[in-house]
Design a protein around this ligand. Structure first.
Ligand code: SF4
Length: 331
């Protein structure tokens, strides 16, 4: 069982090596919220506490999650992610939550990123040697996640659900890197049937979705997500040996052109047929939809989610129509 006193919450992927080097347990609050059996209840509780309706459910869910646990230290990304999240954390400070800001430099300057990492290291009183040792260990596990990803798109032998599990949880390694490593090894060791060659190949762009059955529904309709754009970034796919280079190559917190370049490259390599761009209600990332539509070469279905739970019938109809259109286009 985790010793909650030692848990450090994170609101987005950060150089988690620093937390491991300090002997603490990082937990990605997004993943804890979305996998919580009472995620909808957490959102309702935040609204009852006064958080406005027009704030995204991730912010509200995480707000209640922190209040309901012993997590008292949270690293919040204040640049390169979500301003709402930072404001929410400030709200929690009078309730005893220690909020440590982390900023990805907008201009991707190495010097500025180094300063940010150093501030974290100073807070946790760790040295570069310890951090780099943690990186070497985590990189071995990231390689397993990336191998799972390869088998999803290249061999069609690992489902998009397992793929997402492996990539997404590289943000915090489930707080227990060894245990997570074993789970990835198990996925890799299991023998699987190949999915049929004629399945449509989709890219899922944007922030992680709140639907509980999106991948299963698409699989049923003959379409498989073989590219999780943002989740793949959490596994640091460029595999730099230098920690700062690694987090400068991580596309999500910087400008959109880096993300588009990555999507274009993966579109070609993975032979995609189309994209689903997931957008969260009340999220500033919605503005990116226009750019994706203009600059990406394949059809884009924009899917907006609000509350946590299964797909509603209208969304299912839109997905079916999109899959049908892609099939006709492919023929
Ligand atoms: S979905 Fe958008 S608004 Fe919500 S936490 Fe993520 S970045 Fe912030």
């Amino acid at each position: 069982m985790l010793d909650l006193k030692e848990v450090i919450g994170i609101t987005s992927t950060i150089p988690v090596e620093v937390i491991f080097a300090a002997g603490k347990i990082p937990r990605d609050l997004n993943n804890l919220f979305i996998t919580n059996a009472n995620s909808e209840g957490l959102v309702n509780e935040a609204e009852r506490s006064g958080l406005p309706h027009n704030i995204c459910v991730w912010v509200k869910g995480i707000y209640s999650l922190i209040r309901n646990t012993n997590i008292r230290t949270v690293i919040g990304v204040v640049q390169g992610d979500c301003t709402h999240m930072a404001a929410m954390l400030e709200n929690l400070m009078p309730q005893g939550v220690q909020f440590i800001p982390f900023a990805f430099p907008h201009g991707k300057e190495r010097r500025n990123l180094r300063t940010e990492v150093q501030k974290l290291m100073d807070y946790f009183r760790v040295q570069w040697d310890d951090v780099l040792q943690a990186k070497a260990h985590l990189d071995d596990i990231r390689k397993l996640a990336l191998e799972i990803d390869r088998r999803t798109w290249q061999e069609n032998t690992i489902s998009s659900k397992d793929n997402l599990f492996a990539l997404l949880n590289c943000s915090d390694f489930l707080g227990d890197a060894e245990c997570f490593k074993k789970q990835l090894e198990k996925i890799l060791a299991e023998r699987r049937e190949k999915t049929p060659e004629n399945m449509l190949r989709l890219g899922l762009l944007g922030v992680p979705d709140v639907f509980s059955d999106l991948k299963e529904f698409l699989d049923e309709k003959g379409a498989s997500v073989v590219f999780h754009e943002v989740a793949r970034q959490f596994a640091m796919p460029y595999q730099h040996s230098d920690l700062l280079e690694q987090f400068l190559a991580y596309t999500y917190p910087y400008n959109l052109s880096g993300r588009i370049q990555d999507i274009l490259e993966q579109t070609r390599i993975r032979k995609l047929d189309g994209y689903i761009h997931y957008v969260q209600s009340f999220c500033h990332h919605q503005l990116e939809d226009m750019v994706f539509r203009e600059q990406l070469p394949l059809p884009v279905l924009t899917l907006e989610g609000d509350r946590v739970g299964p797909l509603d019938s209208r969304t299912k109809t839109r997905l079916e129509a999109f899959v049908e259109m892609l099939n006709v286009r492919k023929e």
